[in-house]
Design a binder for this molecule. Structure first.
Ligand code: NI
Length: 282
């Protein structure tokens, strides 16, 4: 890790620490101002999995009773949902899939009774609907990572809305659920994006930079070192090196007493409007 990255990580951890005190009370801890995220913290390339035909989305009927994606089965203690105000919780998040390695990742997570959050790209959901169903069936949370992974700050508001809506439709069509959370590609957001999305925008507190360093040992080391109670760790399950790193992360953090929960569980079902940001955004 170079010193620049170290400094960023250190400052973000401070933000998490400051934020942790407030994040359990719904309505508090909401971040009011948001600026462009440093683009170095997210992959520069769009998703690697093949895209399906990109014609206009077929309008679909809204499900009459859409299951709340945030309330799926989660880590339990003695049959009760884990309370992250008391337990040591960490949220592992996987972006840009589903992809060819997501099935393997699901097996790793199941082996450790871990739950995670998948911020999926709509066109990859359309290409692999059964993988998306497998994610949901295992009790993981599914978040919206737009239809085709553009930088939303470069789009007009109507196009931002269309990107989010089209991903929603793909997820509903595949698994019958509606994502409660959105993660903007590259962490890029501004006031237009926030006004267009009107859902919690989930960033992260630990960036493994797994898209840059395709090295399982390094990915595992950064994740394990960066974990704190309440941390949101960013991975990309489209990289085999990342998926190979996960058993080590799960083993090490389990030994440290962590419970692996979805982002919604981490916030007790009440995530603030913006979850985690770089210090300059606060
Ligand atoms: Ni992404």
């Amino acid at each position: 890790m170079n010193t620049g990255t170290g400094r960023v990580v250190a400052s973000i951890i401070l933000v998490v620490a400051a934020y942790g005190a407030a994040h359990h009370a719904p309505g508090t801890g909401t971040v009011q101002a948001a600026a462009r995220q440093d683009p170095r913290t997210d992959p520069p390339a769009p998703p690697a999995t093949p895209a399906p035909p990109t014609g206009p989305a077929t309008p679909e009927a809204r499900p009459t009773a859409s299951r709340d994606a945030s309330s799926g089965a989660d880590a339990t203690t003695g049959g009760r949902p884990v309370d992250c105000r008391r337990a040591k919780c960490v949220a592992l998040t996987f972006d840009d899939g589903p992809g060819p390695y997501t099935g393997t990742l699901l097996r790793h997570l199941a082996a450790h009774h871990a739950h995670a959050t998948f911020f999926v790209v709509g066109q990859n959901v359309a290409a692999r609907p059964s993988v998306l169903r497998g994610i949901a069936a295992a009790g993981h949370e599914i978040g919206n990572h737009t239809w085709s992974h553009p930088d939303l700050t470069k789009l007009p508001m109507a196009a931002v809305r269309a990107q989010v809506a089209r991903c929603d439709r793909a997820v509903r069509s595949a698994a019958g659920i509606s994502p409660a959370l959105v993660r903007p590609p590259y962490g890029a957001l501004d006031t237009t994006v926030r006004a267009a999305v009107r859902r919690p925008l989930v960033l992260w507190s630990v960036d493994t930079l797994d898209w840059l360093h395709r090295d399982s040992a390094r990915v595992a080391r950064v994740a394990i070192k960066g974990a704190r109670p309440g941390a949101v760790i960013l991975f990309h399950d489209i990289h085999p090196t990342t998926v190979r790193a996960i058993p080590k992360v799960l083993k090490a953090l389990s030994r440290e007493g962590y419970t692996f929960v979805t982002v919604s569980r981490l916030f007790g079902g009440h995530p603030p409007r913006l979850v985690y940001g770089a210090p300059h955004q606060l």
